[in-house]
Design a protein around this ligand. Structure first.
Ligand code: AMP
Length: 281
């Protein structure tokens, strides 16, 4: 695996592969890689001969009181893991490469509608940072296919919209959520949890399962959502939302709409904010 931090080397490498007729798969990450990330690298390899992964903790997607400063940075371990999982090129740029004029002077891309609800409503500016950095990375890497995780369902919807509106010539693929045996979705933020919080954390996934079965039993959306919030509170979470939404655009389903739905939750355990989701069909 090659490892580069500058644009010239990245482009030279990718363009040489393309000239040989090889397809390029791309997996953007913020590092501190786990089995969820590696599953995306393997998925990318099923669609492309060469896989590029990026590791960049993007400052513009963190709010002022969020965990940018303490976000785990483990590039040496990440590099070993990427080699083991068949990654061909690691792009790990410095902030100046992604934001030559400084992050506070960057252009910003806002994706309306799908970017305004749920995570967008609870983390102001977050999705502008995501959309902006993903657009930059896609222009820099020029992949044929980019892979995102279902774990961040709203994010992959946002990226699909971005790619469509900018008419970027690539395919977006979404990989399934990799979970611990007890149901907790793998996340770089799980390492913030103490033993007591870690023991409670699977309740997030259990609540999603409960929302699915409760909805299937015929309970109305608002009742399911309200009960889910209370259930999370009883388990020691401070929930931001527990929502039943239309999977394709996160719109609130019409009364009687029963297919193509999903549940999404975001909740804090202490200072750690976790998100998860589950499709109903
Ligand atoms: P992050 O490093 O958290 O920005 O995540 C990078 C990519 O990995 C995103 O597309 C995430 O949706 C995806 N991802 C994160 N956690 C998981 C997981 N548990 N299973 C599958 N994909 C994941």
């Amino acid at each position: 695996m090659r490892s580069v931090g500058d644009l010239r080397s990245l482009r030279a490498c990718v363009r040489a592969w393309k000239q040989e007729g090889q397809r390029i798969g791309f997996v953007p990450t913020m590092g501190n890689l786990h089995a969820g990330h590696f599953s995306l690298v393997e998925l990318a390899h099923r669609h492309a001969e060469r896989v590029v992964a990026s590791v960049f903790v993007n400052p513009t997607q963190f709010g002022p009181n969020e965990d940018f400063g303490r976000y785990p940075r483990t590039l040496a371990e990440d590099t070993v893991g990427l080699i083991e999982h068949g990654c061909d090129l690691l792009f790990a740029p410095a902030v100046e490469v992604m934001y030559p004029g400084g992050p506070e002077h960057t252009l910003k891309i806002h994706v309306p509608d799908v970017g305004d609800t749920l995570e967008g409503a609870h983390r102001p500016g977050h999705f502008d940072g995501v959309a902006t950095v993903v657009a930059k990375l896609l222009v820099m890497v020029e992949p044929d296919v980019a892979v995102f995780g279902q774990k961040d369902w709203q994010q992959q919807l946002l990226v699909r919209r971005l790619v469509q509106e900018l008419a970027l010539p690539l395919e977006i693929i979404t990989g399934p959520i990799v979970r611990e045996a007890d149901g907790l979705a793998l996340s770089s933020r799980n390492r913030y949890l103490d033993a007591n919080q870690r023991a409670r954390a699977p309740e997030l996934h259990a609540t999603l399962e409960w929302m699915r079965s409760s909805f299937a039993e015929g309970h109305v959306r608002a009742a399911v959502e309200g009960a889910a919030v209370r259930r999370l509170e009883r388990a020691g979470f401070a929930p931001d939302y527990a929502a039943v939404r239309r999977a394709m655009d996160l719109a609130i389903p019409a009364e009687g709409e029963r297919t193509g739905l999903m549940a999404l939750v975001a909740a804090r355990l202490g200072t750690t904010r976790l998100i998860d989701n589950l499709c109903f069909d």
